[in-house]
Design a protein around this ligand. Sequence first.
Ligand code: DQA
Length: 152
Amino acid sequence: MTASHNRVAVLHGVNFNILDRRDPEMYGGLSLRKLETKIERWAREFGLETIFFQTNAEGEFVEYLHRAPELADAALVNAGAWTHYSRAIADALAVANLPTVEVHLSDVESREEWRRVSVFDGIVLAKISGKGPDGYREALERLAGELGTTGR
Ligand code: DQA
């Protein structure tokens, strides 16, 4: 039986289109395409369908969140640097009102002080950081639990 409530919007924010050009020590050297391929595969294992979105424009990210409740049942968000200061994105995330997990490839807690702050705190179900791509797998597992999908 196919779950009907199983769509996850995976949103990548600013600078993720050039993920493979960013510090490999921090971000693993993976291209966004490769990361999304992994996410899609893991999602299927958990009985989830994924739709992907990336932009470098804050307003576009906000507008996507406005549409998100029609497109998906849950969200997985790595907003990059916007995480630490974009109240506009935090407000849009709250309005979207979807079960959401925040993911960071790097360990934001052990980097610069300003990266420890997330304006999504209190809006998201969980924040996973420092686990590289595996953090996305963990986030998907959490969302599958929330949505009650069974996987295969
Ligand atoms: C990041 C962490 C942020 O602090 C940074 O600005 C990014 C990537 C991560 O995935 O580790 O762009 O979200």
